[in-house]
Ligand binder design. Structure first.
Ligand code: ARG
Length: 671
C-alpha cells in the first residue's frame, strides 16, 4: 500500500499494521485507515505509547475546523506531564509528512489535518472503480451471525413494533453483511398457541376459501376478531352464571354475617340483571359464526354454561399439539399462505429471509431438554404443579418466571430457550441478535439469563437490539394496521404529493413505481432518523415532505445527482483519471472528507446498532452536496475542471446510493 500511495505522487509513507485491530487494516475500502496507520506509525516514536493504544484514540471529527482526526491526549495515559504541554510537545515533534497538511495542538487535543490531495487521489478512484467495495470491511470474515427480526403473529395485526423490528433488523443484517459476516436472517413467527384452535373453529364455521387464498392475512385477522368476540361473549355470560351459582351457595350457609349477606345478594342480583343482555350478546355472536345456529329462535342461557366455542377450540388445539394430521393441515395452510403473502411484502422492503421459523417449529424434545437441564441444576421449584424459576439469587430485577405450566403446556419463554438451542445446533453462530421492542426487555433479559444458567457456552454472544414505540400508527382511516396497507397508503399519498409538480411529474416514466419507492423511504427514514430507544409519532405529512430530514429528501438528492451526471455525460474512466488538483475550494474538500468517513461510519453503526448513525451521515452528505451546487459548477466549465468536479459529485452519488441501499431503500434516478 505504501507503494500505491507513492505511485499517487507522494513520498513513501510510514505505515504500521495495528495489532488488536481485527485483521489487516482495511485500506482497500477505508481511506481513513491509511491515515490512522500512518499517524500511528509516526506518533509511536514521538510519544513512546504503544500503537494499539494510539490507533483507536484517533477519532474522526464532525467539524472540519477541528481537523480530520483529533487525539485527546489523556487517552494515551502518559503520566507526569500536563495534557496541554504534551499536546504542544507532540505536535511540534511530529515529523513532516506528505499525507498531512498540518498538525496542531489545541488545549488537551492534537488535531491532524489530512492532505486533501491524498484523499482525492486515493478515495475517488476507490469509490468510482467498477465493483467498488468502498465502505466494506473484513472484520466479520469467517463469522456467522443470526439476526432475528420482524416476527409478526399470524392472524393478528402487524403492529408498529413489528414494523420497527423489520426496518431496523433489515438494516442490521445488511450492515453485518457489508462488514464481512455471514448473516442468517430468521423470522420467528407467532404461529402457535391456543388461539389457533379458536381460529380454526372460526374458519370452519364462516371462513372463505377464496378470501383465504387471495388475502390470507386480512381474512385470518377478520376471522380471528369475530370468533374472538364470540368467545369473549360466551365467557362473560358463563362467568356471570358461575357468579350467581357461587353466591347462592354461600348465601345458603348459616354462619354468614348480615353484612356479607347483603353484599353477596347485591352482587348476585346485579349479575342476574345482566343475564338477558349477556345472553343476547352471546347468541348474536354465535349467530355471526353460524347463521343456522339452533339457538336462533330461543334464548337459551344454559347452553353457554359449557362454553361451546371454548371447548371446541381447546379440543382443536389439543389435537394440534398431539400431532393430529387433519387438525394440523388447516393450520399449515394458514401458516403457508400467510408466509407467502409476507414474503411479497418484505420484498417491497428489499428483505429476504434465510428461514421462516416460528414458535410452532420448536420441538418438544428441545424444550424438555432445557427444562431437564434447569431441573438438574436445581434451578426450578414447583408451585401447584407448575415449574418456575426465581431469578432473584442471580439478578434482582428479573423476578420469577414460569417455565412449564401445570398442564404441561409450554410457554413463550421456554420455547424461546429451546429455539436458541436449536439455532445454535443448526448454525453454530458466533453471535445472535434479537431485534425486539423494548416492551420485551424483561423477557429477553430472562431468556439470556436462562442461557447463562444453563451454562451454554454461547450464552455470552447474545444481543437484544431494542427500540421505543410508535405513537399513532394507524391507517389513514384510523383502522388497525397491516404492513401492506401502510405501504399502499404511503404510496398513494406520495403519488398525490408528486402530482403537485406537474412539469416534473410528466418526466417520470413510471410514476407508480417511483411513488412506491419514495413512499417506502419516507416510512423507513422516519423510523431510523433518531436513536432507536426514542418513541416517535407516526406523522404522515412530515414524513412525506421533500424538505427537512426525510426519506423523500434523500431520494430527491439522489435523483438530482443522477441528473447532474446525465447532463455532463462523462465516462467513469474520465472521472477516475480526473485532475483532482483542481478541486481547491474548501467546500469540495469538506465534501471529500465526509465521503472518506463513510467506512468508519459503518463500523460505528455496527458498534452501537444504531441506524441513525448512517441516516445522519447521509443528511450531512446531502446538505454538503447541496451547498456545493452554488459553487462547484459543472455546466459551462473548461472540460478538465468539469470532469474533476463531476468526479466529486459522482463519488457523492455513489456513497449516497450505497448508504441508501444499506438502509433498505431503493434509490430512484428520477422523481
Ligand atoms: N411474535 C412476538 C410478538 O409479536 C415477537 C417475537 C420476538 N422474538 C422472540 N424470539 N421472542 O410479540
Amino acid at each position: 500500500l505504501a507503494d500505491r500511495v507513492q505511485a499517487l505522487g507522494f513520498g513513501k509513507p510510514a505505515l504500521l499494521n495495528i495489532p488488536g485491530q481485527a485483521g489487516p487494516l482495511n485500506l482497500a475500502s477505508n481511506p481513513v485507515d491509511l491515515f490512522r496507520a500512518h499517524i500511528t506509525a509516526l506518533l509511536h516514536p514521538v510519544t513512546g505509547v504503544a500503537p494499539e493504544i494510539i490507533a483507536p484514540a484517533l477519532e474522526t471529527t464532525l467539524l472540519p475546523e477541528r481537523g480530520d482526526f483529533v487525539l485527546a491526549v489523556p487517552r494515551l495515559r502518559v503520566k507526569g506531564a500536563k495534557p496541554d504541554e504534551l499536546a504542544e510537545k507532540w505536535a511540534s515533534a511530529f515529523p513532516a509528512s506528505d499525507l498531512l497538511s498540518k498538525v496542531v495542538a489545541k488545549g488537551h487535543f492534537v488535531q491532524f489535518f489530512f492532505n486533501p490531495l491524498v484523499l482525492y487521489r486515493m478515495t475517488i478512484p476507490q469509490i468510482l472503480e467498477p465493483n467498488s467495495t468502498f465502505g466494506n470491511s473484513t472484520v466479520g470474515n469467517g463469522k456467522r451471525i443470526i439476526v432475528e427480526f420482524s416476527s409478526p403473529n399470524i392472524a393478528k395485526p402487524f403492529h408498529a413494533g413489528h414494523l420497527r423490528s423489520t426496518i431496523i433488523g433489515g438494516f442490521i443484517s445488511s450492515l453485518h453483511e457489508r462488514l464481512g459476516y455471514e448473516v442468517v436472517r430468521i423470522n420467528y413467527l407467532g404461529d402457535w398457541g391456543k388461539q389457533f384452535g379458536l381460529l380454526a373453529v372460526g374458519f370452519r364455521s364462516f371462513g372463505s376459501e377464496t378470501e383465504l387464498e387471495s388475502d390470507p392475512i386480512n381474512h385470518l385477522f377478520r376471522v380471528y376478531v369475530t370468533v374472538n368476540s364470540a368467545h369473549s361473549a360466551e365467557k362473560e355470560l358463563a362467568d356471570a352464571l358461575a357468579l350467581i351459582d357461587t353466591s347462592n351457595t354461600s348465601l345458603e350457609a348459616s354462619d354468614i354475617s348480615d353484612e356479607a349477606r347483603a353484599e353477596l345478594t347485591k352482587k348476585r342480583d346485579e349479575a342476574q340483571a345482566s343475564i338477558p343482555a349477556l345472553t343476547k350478546a352471546a347468541i348474536d355472536a354465535a349467530l355471526v359464526l353460524d347463521p343456522n345456529h339452533p339457538l336462533k329462535d330461543e334464548l337459551d342461557t344454559e347452553y353457554f354454561r359449557e362454553r361451546p366455542i371454548d371447548t371446541e377450540a381447546k379440543a382443536y388445539f389439543k389435537a394440534m399439539e398431539d400431532g393430529d394430521e387433519a387438525a394440523l393441515a388447516l393450520w399449515k395452510r394458514f401458516r403457508e399462505l400467510s408466509i407467502s403473502k409476507y414474503t411479497k411484502t418484505y420484498e417491497r422492503l428489499n428483505i429476504r429471509y434465510t428461514e421462516y421459523s416460528g414458535e410452532s417449529q420448536i420441538s418438544n424434545e428441545s424444550m424438555q431438554f432445557v427444562i431437564d437441564l434447569l431441573e438438574k441444576k436445581n434451578l426450578l421449584y414447583v408451585d401447584r404443579g407448575a415449574k418456575l424459576i426465581d431469578f432473584k439469587p442471580y439478578a434482582k430485577k428479573l423476578g420469577k418466571a414460569l417455565i412449564q405450566k401445570s398442564d404441561g403446556t409450554s410457554l413463550y419463554l421456554t420455547r424461546d430457550l429451546g429455539a436458541a438451542l436449536e439455532r445454535y445446533n443448526k448454525y453454530k453462530f458466533d453471535k445472535m441478535i434479537y431485534v425486539v421492542a423494548s416492551q420485551q426487555d424483561l423477557h429477553l433479559a430472562q431468556l439470556f439469563k436462562l442461557m447463562e444458567l444453563c451454562d451454554f457456552p454461547w450464552a455470552k454472544n447474545m444481543q437484544h437490539v431494542n427500540f421505543g414505540m410508535v405513537q399513532g400508527m394507524s391507517t389513514r382511516k384510523g383502522t388497525v394496521v397491516f404492513l401492506d396497507t401502510i405501504l399502499e397508503e404511503t404510496k398513494q399519498a406520495m403519488h398525490e404529493v408528486m402530482k403537485k409538480n406537474e412539469a416534473k411529474y410528466d418526466q417520470v416514466e413510471n410514476p407508480d413505481e417511483v411513488a412506491d419507492l419514495v413512499g417506502i423511504s419516507a416510512v423507513m427514514i422516519q423510523d431510523m432518523a433518531a436513536k432507536r430507544v426514542n418513541n416517535y409519532k407516526f406523522d404522515w405529512s412530515r414524513m412525506l415532505s421533500f424538505e427537512g430530514d426525510t426519506g423523500p429528501y434523500l431520494q430527491y438528492a439522489h435523483s438530482r445527482l443522477c441528473s447532474v451526471e446525465r447532463r455532463a455525460g462523462f465516462s467513469r474512466e474520465q472521472l477516475i483519471n480526473a485532475n483532482f488538483d483542481l478541486l481547491t475550494e474548501p467546500i469540495a474538500q469538506e465534501l471529500m472528507r465526509i465521503l472518506a468517513q463513510y467506512p468508519d461510519v459503518l463500523l460505528n453503526a455496527a458498534r452501537t446498532s444504531e441506524p441513525s448513525t448512517v441516516v445522519s451521515f447521509l443528511f450531512k452528505l446531502t446538505h454538503t452536496v447541496s451547498s456545493c451546487y452554488n459553487i462547484l459548477w459543472v455546466a459551462g466549465q473548461e472540460e478538465e475542471l468539469a470532469i474533476a468536479r463531476l468526479a466529486l459529485y459522482s463519488s457523492a452519488r455513489e456513497v449516497l446510493n450505497r448508504g441508501m441501499i444499506l438502509l433498505g431503500l431503493t434509490p430512484v434516478e428520477r422523481m
